[in-house]
Design a protein around this ligand. Structure first.
Ligand SMILES: CCCCC/C=C\C/C=C\C/C=C\C/C=C\C/C=C\CCC(=O)SCCNC(=O)CCNC(=O)[C@H](O)C(C)(C)COP(=O)(O)OP(=O)(O)OC[C@H]1O[C@@H](n2cnc3c(N)ncnc32)[C@H](O)[C@@H]1OP(=O)(O)O
Ligand SMILES: Cc1cc2nc3c(=O)[nH]c(=O)nc-3n(C[C@H](O)[C@H](O)[C@H](O)COP(=O)(O)OP(=O)(O)OC[C@H]3O[C@@H](n4cnc5c(N)ncnc54)[C@H](O)[C@@H]3O)c2cc1C
Length: 633
């Protein structure tokens, strides 16, 4: 083991295993995760690490081991495929959940155990604006079939992931039977027997190469009436249409995956922090004091400023992910029982947190890569691949700006309710104080109060202030004679800013609430320091907001920076231990820089030598091209 890494792991001030248990949701979950990793994957003789041919093996193994819990599926898949993406991701996170949530019982029993499929919603002309989708589904009572058709070039289904040329069960979103509703259809196509279908691949992408995203053009293709997913909406044999309790129930799968993406952003950021912080502990470069040995780059304050706030953010997002999926499970359970009262709040929370966490993690991955210098740019670090696989999450499952505006829509509605004298509950209850001016900025002391609860209050006031400013912008536009829609569009910069601040407050509050639940003194202390760092770093990035909210004075601004530097120094001794607690296995990280033993240089040389380019001392291209050319010169 590298001596630097060894030294970093001495004198731990907290129980790493206990922190790992907290991240997993308990010691039993940690044990189960490791059992899946060590026994069911790494020690499985059939396991041929991450090669495409092992995809069928993975499916059969999941069935053989009876793994059906979504999180356990993800544990198995992420061990099997490491930080890469595999072709069936969409099947597990969209196709199956749609069948689970949108099929009636007869359809469920008929389809769920048997098929692998994709989710074809986006069209060439519309991905965000679902009410603009053009694919039609016209019911023919004479044959009890739906006629599926792509009327325009922009209606061609574009992007369905995991499009398998031979077997194409897919979930459709199609223009419906009534103008404002969408309905889901299972195609049941088995190519090439069905005529009227044109499919293909949309071509090379930025990344996401393990997933073959395709296109699908339908020319009056007929599918049985029974292929409409009929849990919430039905078309009777006589063609009569039974509307769902809410047209937004059709959007349920997107809310589910957005909820998952919140925690996934934390996982991906924790992977990158593990790589960058372990590497920074073994990399020596330049000098701090002339004539002395080159220091670990982790001892540079700028390196700590790059990485430690991201480390705190990774923990914050992992805890936010736990809160999000618990909230999703609770509210979707109520929805399943017909109680839709919290569906708007679930949509607003999942949309906002999906955008907030993926935007932040996306930027953070690049910071981690650049903090590793040239070796970070090497594929051996795994950081370029992680970035390329993660960055589309800012676009898919709801483009982030649009998602932030959906959250803003909920915030504006809530603000109006407070203005009308209503008492709010739930995540927006802090807006009640805005109306009664309880939010009036406290007379801040000359010394910045660093209590975590105080910091949460300051973020709450900042969010409330920005919600009020956005609402006032809309009101001012209306007062200038703009229609409601133009008033909204002319305020969307303010609206996104308000949603971002709302999400930032929510994530800090979740982090603080999680820290409050930690009983072990050592773990509580280090987590409290990270939560402070998360809050103070955000205050440093958005100082203007806090000044504008009147909760920070110009005289206090220097103390924010001073406090930040102190917290960076406080985290330094525990940095490697804090990434060890994420418990990412070397095989899964697949990173020369992030190895648990820190033996980076030897591993990097072996990695380079294993390249096909180095299979021979002199590459064949010399003999084939250069030598004949030289002979002619
Ligand atoms: C089984 C699990 C295995 C384990 C997995 C574990 C971990 C994995 C982790 C993460 C996964 C990692 C990666 C992800 C994997 C795969 C992803 C790969 C590919 C991506 C696939 C896709 O992208 S599928 C396509 C996604 N497309 C979208 O998201 C479309 C976005 N657009 C929309 O959602 C809508 O058009 C809209 C919301 C923007 C607007 O809808 P619209 O109908 O126009 O509504 P509005 O007019 O704006 O508002 C009216 C009203 O409705 C409310 N509302 C809107 N949406 C919802 C909703 N979903 N729920 C509830 N309510 C909704 C809105 O708030 C308004 O309400 P008010 O009138 O009251 O204000
Ligand atoms: C890797 C990847 C995999 C995918 N897999 C699938 C899949 O399996 N199945 C599937 O159905 N789809 C899939 N998609 C498609 C994806 O869901 C859409 O790309 C996504 O929903 C964004 O829609 P769009 O492409 O139409 O972007 P647009 O909405 O056209 O976005 C372009 C710009 O317009 C802005 N904009 C749009 N509407 C508004 C508004 N109301 N207010 C302000 N600004 C706005 C956006 O902010 C953005 O800046 C995938 C996409 C990617 C990248």
């Amino acid at each position: 083991m590298n001596p630097d890494i060894l030294r970093e792991r001495q004198n731990a001030t907290f129980d790493i295993e206990k922190l790992t248990n907290i991240l997993d949701g308990g010691a039993e979950r940690t044990n189960r995760r490791r059992e899946i990793r060590e026994v069911l994957v790494l020690n499985d003789p059939d396991f041929d690490y991450g090669t495409p041919t092992s995809l069928p093996t993975m499916i059969l193994k999941l069935r053989e081991y009876g793994i059906s819990d979504p999180v356990e599926i993800n544990w198995y898949k992420s061990m099997y495929w490491g930080t890469g993406r595999e072709a069936l991701g969409l099947h597990y996170v969209m196709f199956l959940p749609t069948l689970y949530t949108q099929c009636d019982s007869e359809q469920f029993n008929k389809w769920v155990p048997l098929i692998i499929g994709t989710y074809a919603q986006t069209e060439m002309g519309h991905g965000t604006h679902l009410r603009g989708l053009e694919t039609t589904a016209t019911f023919d009572p004479a044959t009890q079939e739906f006629v599926m058709h792509s009327p325009t070039v922009t209606s061609i289904k574009w992007w369905p992931g995991g499009r398998n040329p031979l077997f194409l069960p897919l979930i459709f979103l199609s223009i419906p039977l009534s103008a404002s509703l969408f309905d889901l259809f299972l195609s049941g196509f088995a190519l090439p027997t069905c005529s009227g279908i044109v499919i293909g691949d949309i071509g090379p992408k930025f990344g996401f190469d393990a997933v073959d995203n395709g296109y699908l053009k339908l020319e009056h293709v007929r599918i049985p009436r029974e292929n409409m997913l009929m849990k919430y909406a039905q078309v009777k044999p006589d063609g009569s249409y039974v509307k769902p309790l809410s047209s937004k129930l059709t959007y349920g799968t997107m809310v589910f995956i957005r909820s998952l993406i919140v925690g996934n952003a934390g996982i991906v950021l924790s992977q990158c922090c593990t790589i960058a912080i372990r590497y920074s502990a073994v990399r020596h470069q330049s000098e701090i004091r002339a004539g002395e040995a080159e220091p670990q780059i982790l001892d540079y304050q700028t390196q700590q400023h790059k990485l430690f706030p991201l480390l705190a953010t990774a923990y914050a997002f992992l805890f936010a992910g736990q809160y999000m999926i618990d909230t999703y499970n609770r509210i979707s359970g109520d929805i399943n029982q017909g109680d839709l009262s919290e569906m708007p709040e679930l949509h607003a929370l999942s949309a906002g947190l999906k955008a907030f966490t993926t935007w932040t993690a996306n930027t953070g991955i690049e910071v981690c890569r650049m903090s590793c210098g040239g070796h970070g740019y090497s594929r051996s670090s795994a950081l370029p691949d992680i970035y390329v696989e993660f960055t589309p999450s800012c676009t898919y499952e709801g483009e982030n700006t649009v998602m932030m505006l959906q959250t803003a829509r909920f915030l504006m509605k809530s603000y109006r309710q407070v203005q009308a004298g209503q008492q709010l509950s739930g995540a927006v209850s802090y807006l009640n104080k805005v109306h009664h001016r309880v939010m009036a900025p406290q007379a801040v002391s000359s010394q910045l109060d660093l209590n975590l609860n105080t910091l949460v209050d300051l973020y709450e006031i900042r969010a409330a202030m920005l919600v009020e400013l956005a609402a006032q912008s809309i009101q001012q536009e209306s007062a200038r004679g703009k229609c409601q829609e133009d008033s909204w569009n002319n305020s969307t910069i303010d609206l996104v800013r308000a949603s971002d601040a709302h999400c930032h407050y929510m994530v800090l509050k979740m982090f603080r609430d999680k820290v409050d639940q930690i009983e072990d003194p050592g773990v509580h202390s280090v987590m409290s320091t990270l939560a402070h760092l998360y809050a103070i770093h955000g205050m440093g990035n958005f100082t203007g907001d806090f000044l504008q909210a009147g909760v920070l004075t110009g005289a206090q601004v220097p103390s924010v920076s001073k406090c930040l530097k102190g917290l960076l120094a406080e985290v330094r001794p525990s940095a490697v231990l804090l990434v060890d607690a994420f418990d990412h296995h070397d095989k899964m990280l697949n990173s020369v820089l992030g190895r648990h033993d820190g033996n980076v240089y030897e591993a990097m040389f072996e990695w380079a030598r294993s390249s096909p380019l180095n299979r021979t001392e002199v590459h064949e291209s010399f003999h084939k091209h250069l030598k004949p050319l030289q002979a002619k010169l």
